[in-house]
Design a protein around this ligand. Structure first.
Ligand SMILES: Cc1ncc(COP(=O)(O)O)c(C=O)c1O
Length: 434
């Protein structure tokens, strides 16, 4: 145990509360974490929606180890190293046709801000520079950088930070209480995509660059898109020349049972952001995967001039690329990019078995993602779910809560016995939180 917890200012954490009763983990393997005193904790959230292949997978560990000794860093501007190119090629083999160009970042937040900048610069490069408006969605989460919180729709992440980017608007979220306890995609709400038409009528399409959505919204409590919604959003974007960005930071790399949400729903965006599962959470990395037409639009000026004035010191970092290649190998070896589809029915039945527990007001699921929404304690939103979180932690289970929703996104290697343990522990905790 560290002697002093004072100096570390923890992210997205109630620091004072945590430091009174710290929860530390110091080792991980497969489906589990261990505390410093060797207590085993089942990981029902793949770390933070990222460790899709489970912890400490040998091919990933070895790839990082080897790369660290071979070349620790390579400058990314005007220089390249082989694994950046190899990884990009491997990634575009997995993405839908047309999404053929990979731009590296170091996190989901950076990937999002990169995609937003790419969208603006794309229109400008085509001589359509009046398209400067960015559209997000209420209840969206796109990381924490200024672009991401501007298009994001979670009030706590926005309200402290001033006026954010100008020229941003939001379409309505897709949560509809009529869909409560839907299994998979809900029936009602495809027409919510028409909200984009409302914004087109308000601002005119000629001012709108792009719309960004999470295909399945994760951080706001697992909102599954209504049947037909994403298709409709795609066709409205096409009609008006607006780029569609899918933020696949959570849905990418097998979470829904297909490599990406785009493949799962058969709706192809113009830009896709990924992170998390890209390296199985092992080394920070994000990426934007862009449609060929977007790349091509940038390639028109003189050849000696940089086409996109953007990039990070650590774009395509050698350790991250090595980790990502080891990750893709591991996913392929174990068939993990489609395994969630095999486990989905069992997982769905298991999470929906909590329907009649006290204070459960909705359950939502898709692939290996589940959200269990609890009625808030009056005047104390989030507290009931957090007490379930603490209770589960005491009983050897790590869950995640957002507001009063318990979110589950286990490693894709999960077995039935783990599902039983998760549901049993959560169910007991929900009873105790009544
Ligand atoms: C959909 C989505 N976009 C972006 C992010 C931000 O990623 P990061 O925390 O790596 O910056 C997240 C993180 O949870 C996310 O869920």
């Amino acid at each position: 145990m560290p002697q002093n917890l004072d100096a570390y200012w923890m992210p997205f954490t109630a620091n004072r509360q945590f430091k009174q009763a710290p929860r530390l983990i110091s080792r991980a393997e497969g489906m589990h974490f261990w505390t410093p005193d060797n207590r085993q904790v089942l990981d029902s959230i793949a770390g933070l929606w990222c460790v899709n292949a489970g912890h400490a997978r040998p091919k990933i560990v070895e790839a990082i180890r080897q790369q660290a000794s071979e070349m620790d860093f390579a400058p990314p501007f005007n220089m390249g190293h082989p694994k950046q190119f190899e990884l990009a090629e491997r990634l575009v083999e997995l993405t839908p046709p047309g999404l053929d160009k990979v731009f590296y970042a170091n996190s989901g937040s950076e990937a999002v801000d990169t995609a937003l900048k790419m969208a603006l610069a794309y229109h400008r490069a085509r001589g359509d520079g009046s398209r400067t408006r960015l559209i997000g969605r209420e209840r969206g989460y796109h990381g924490v950088n200024f672009g991401g919180i501007s298009v994001g729709g979670m009030v706590a992440n926005r309200k402290m930070f001033g006026t954010l980017l100008s020229g941003v608007d939001h379409i309505r979220h897709t949560h509809d209480p009529r869909n409560a306890f839907s299994k998979g995609q809900p029936e009602h709400g495809a027409e919510l995509a028409d909200d984009l038409e409302r914004l087109v009528a308000l601002h005119d399409a000629s001012t709108i660059a792009a719309v960004i959505v999470e295909p399945v919204a994760g951080s706001t409590g697992v909102l599954v898109p209504p049947k037909g919604y994403l298709e409709r959003l795609r066709s409205i974007c096409d009609k008006h020349g607006i780029l569609l960005i899918f933020d696949e930071v959570i849905t990418g790399f097998g979470r829904l049972g297909s490599p990406f949400a785009a493949t799962h729903f058969n709706v192809t965006p113009d830009l896709m952001t990924v992170a998390k599962g890209l390296t199985n959470g092992s080394v920070p990395m994000g990426a934007v995967i862009a449609h060929q037409k977007i790349y091509d639009a940038f390639m028109n000026g003189p050849e000696h001039v940089i086409e996109f004035f953007h990039g990070y010191t650590y774009s395509g970092h050698p350790l991250a690329c090595a980790a990502a290649l080891g990750t893709l190998d591991t996913y392929a070896d174990d068939g993990l990019l489609t395994r969630a589809s095999k486990m989905a029915a069992t997982f769905e039945n298991a999470v929906h078995s909590l329907k009649d527990m006290p204070n459960v007001i909705d359950i939502r699921n898709m692939g290996l993602v589940g959200g269990i929404e609890l009625a808030p304690i009056p005047g104390e939103p989030g507290k009931r779910a957090f007490s379930v979180f603490l209770d589960c932690w005491e009983k050897g289970l790590l869950i995640r809560t957002t507001g009063d929703t318990i979110a589950m996104s286990p490693p894709l290697i999960i077995e039935n016995k783990h599902i039983d343990q998760i549901i049993g522990t959560v169910s007991d905790a929900i009873k105790r939180a009544a």
